[in-house]
Ligand binder design. Structure first.
Ligand code: A3P
Length: 313
């Protein structure tokens, strides 16, 4: 296995082993009103996170679980490698191998942030957190944040399947049970519609670039070009093609045992748009349509998601 992925695989493997010895009710804890997995996060780490010092050149990817964060992480890792004159996929990850940290900011032990001070710039950071739960320094430093969003129905469908495959999360006997939890704010990392509404307040900031899963899927070449431009990374045509090809669903799924270990198939499930149509009932469609309108209808992020295109039967 690629050494730079070892940390990631070890953390996920350990969390799933630890989680499987816990009853579903014991797998989550609440911090500041939001649920998190006990096997990945802790109140002590959240406390330590408050004093995390962001750097202006940190490269930050913000996305709710199942919005495609592993996909866009791969794109960003390759872009950073290119900006450092390395060939994507041939050398260790962005963060120096010995100092490698699990890339999700809020996951790990409280000493993680101290260790992160020794990472060379640019540091690559991913987070599922809402903006108000991020350390203040992230916004103060003006570090650039790529905000990845996905239509809420596919988020729900993807999260349902994922929850039932990884013992990090509670499992659900039926889709209907999951749907109730999703709509009643009982999700790990909080309610997705609230997440969108909170991030919407930052959608116009110069250092925040929203991008949708669907636009990246529809035109990956343009998507990668836009991401590179936002972070000020220049690419040759050949490099662009390489990044696009390496981040295609097929390539990532094929490589997933090496990059994500035994749970590779759970991280790379279908990789498409509209799988929600296999799960949502008419009544559930109506409920989601209404809730979406209430939370983000008419807002910048709400419009960007093209709900009419991607979420109507
Ligand atoms: P599905 O469950 O709908 O297949 P995250 O990485 O944030 O956990 O998101 C996981 C979702 O992104 C999964 O959706 C997964 O299949 C999809 N995904 C992962 N890599 C992808 C890629 N290269 N292209 C498109 N979708 C991808």
């Amino acid at each position: 296995m690629d050494k730079s992925r070892k940390k990631f695989v070890d953390v996920i493997d350990k969390a799933t082993v630890d989680g499987s010895s816990l009853h579903c009710d014991e797998r989550l804890f609440t911090y500041k009103g939001i649920l998190y997995p006990v096997t990945l996060c802790s109140p002590e780490t959240f406390k330590a996170l408050e004093s995390f010092e962001a750097r202006s050149d940190d490269i930050i990817l913000a996305g709710y679980p199942k919005s495609g964060t592993n996909w866009v992480s791969q794109i960003l890792n390759d872009l950073i490698a290119i900006s450092e004159k390395k060939t994507p996929g041939t050398e260790s990850g962005v963060n120096n191998e010995e100092l490698e940290e699990f890339p999700y900011l809020e996951v790990g032990d409280p000493e993680k942030y101290e260790r992160m001070t020794r990472l060379p710039s640019p540091r690559f950071i991913v987070t599922h957190l809402r903006p108000e739960n991020l350390p203040k320094s992230i916004f103060k430093s003006k570090a650039k944040i790529l905000l990845l969003i996905r239509n809420p129905k596919d988020i729900a469908a993807s999260f349902y399947h994922f929850s039932n495959r990884l013992a990090i999360f509670p499992s659900y006997e039926t889709w209907d049970d999951f749907f109730v939890a999703f709509m009643t704010k009982k999700m790990t990392w909080g309610c997705y519609l609230e997440y969108l509404s909170k991030w919407n307040k930052y959608a116009d900031e110069k250092n925040v670039m929203p991008i949708t899963y669907e636009e990246l899927k529809e035109d990956p070449v343009l998507g990668v070009k836009n991401i590179a431009a936002f972070f000020g990374i220049s690419l040759t045509e050949e490099q662009l093609q390489l990044v696009v090809e390496r981040s295609s669903f097929q390539s990532m799924k094929k490589n997933s045992q090496k990059t994500h270990g035994a749970f590779g198939n759970a991280f790379f499930r279908k990789g498409g748009v509209s799988d929600w149509k296999n799960l949502f009932s008419e009544d559930q469609n109506e409920k989601m349509d209404k809730a979406f309108e209430e939370h983000v209808g008419g807002t910048k992020l709400g419009r960007k998601l093209k709900y009419e295109v991607y979420c109507k039967a």
